[in-house]
Design a protein around this ligand. Structure first.
Ligand code: SF4
Ligand code: SF4
Ligand code: SF4
Length: 275
């Protein structure tokens, strides 16, 4: 009983993922969904167990387990374009499969529950960027977040143009677009990290997916909250935050609130256990 209480959150999350896995498996009559969501659920479960046991690599373990699975297995081996272009592609073909399901669960409706957990624990772009040296931004945030709307529009224009021009074998183009897109993302992400001395610069200014993630995570059920009676306003949480969130403000309008990736650095570093 004590054990169940200790691991209640990972158990609940595993049950949620299993429910999604079984529902999709039975409704779509496809065993892949059972495997896919069970694997992701177990990876997150394992990471949360590590986190509860104060393992400092817990988040990175989940990031690698899920990120590599998405990039290597789904992307390169199964030829599924899980980038935003793949989402547009499946949306235009009217097929509720792979990328559309992935976006619906992880990036559009899921953030209403777990905010930008995707960005902290699963994204294969950030999985690589988080290896770079600037885990805490060494420069103030720039006001260039508008670039994300341009990359968002470009991805939509690219896929729309393929459909409008009636280009043949778009599925194959999507596979190569996945490879090219990832190379470009990694290249830009690494360059920006060094230019702005901030591993997450790509996430803050360029990533088109944040156009979905930010507004949905505004309403997130799971969020870090501050016990203002315990807080001594030392500012440590702000200094260790990779996303420049003012986590001491409990309102939904907290500064950079929709950027929180639930990495728990602030929680682990608060000297007062106020978070
Ligand atoms: S903002 Fe984009 S690149 Fe960064 S972690 Fe989230 S989805 Fe990945
Ligand atoms: S680290 Fe803790 S005590 Fe310091 S400002 Fe943040 S919440 Fe308050
Ligand atoms: S340090 Fe805290 S506020 Fe900042 S992204 Fe991580 S969990 Fe969110």
């Amino acid at each position: 009983m004590k054990l169940i209480r200790k691991y209640l959150h990972p158990i609940i999350l595993l049950i949620v993922f299993e429910a999604v896995a079984v529902t999709l498996w039975l409704t779509k009559n496809n065993l892949f969904y059972l495997f896919n969501f069970s694997y992701i659920g177990l990876s997150i479960f394992f990471g949360l167990v590590l986190f509860i046991n104060k393992n400092k690599h817990a988040r990175r373990v989940v990031q690698l387990l899920v990120g590599l699975y998405m990039l290597v297995y789904l992307g390169l081996i199964c030829n599924e374009n899980m980038q935003i272009e793949g989402f547009w592609y499946y949306l235009f073909t009217g097929v509720f499969e792979a990328a559309t399901i992935h976006y619906a669960v992880a990036k559009i409706f899921g953030p209403l529950i777990f905010g930008r957990g995707w960005c902290g624990y699963a994204c294969w772009t950030a999985m690589v960027l988080d290896f770079l040296p600037y885990k805490v931004p060494a420069q103030p945030r720039k006001k260039i977040g508008w670039i994300r709307y341009i990359t968002f529009a470009l991805s939509l224009i690219f896929v729309s143009a393929l459909f409008l021009a009636k280009v043949g074998n778009i599925e194959r183009i999507m596979f190569w677009a996945f490879i090219a897109g990832n190379i470009v993302y990694y290249g830009i992400g690494i360059i920006l990290a060094f230019v702005f001395k901030d591993n997450r610069a790509f996430c803050k200014y360029i990533c088109p997916i944040t156009v979905f993630l930010k507004p949905m995570s505004y309403f997130s059920l799971i969020r870090v909250k501050c016990d203002t009676d315990k807080c001594i306003h030392c500012g440590k949480c702000r200094r260790v935050c990779p996303m420049n969130v003012d986590v001491t403000d409990n309102s939904r309008k907290r500064e950079n609130g929709t950027e929180c990736i639930l990495c728990m650095e602030c929680v682990n570093n608060c000297p007062q256990n106020a978070l």
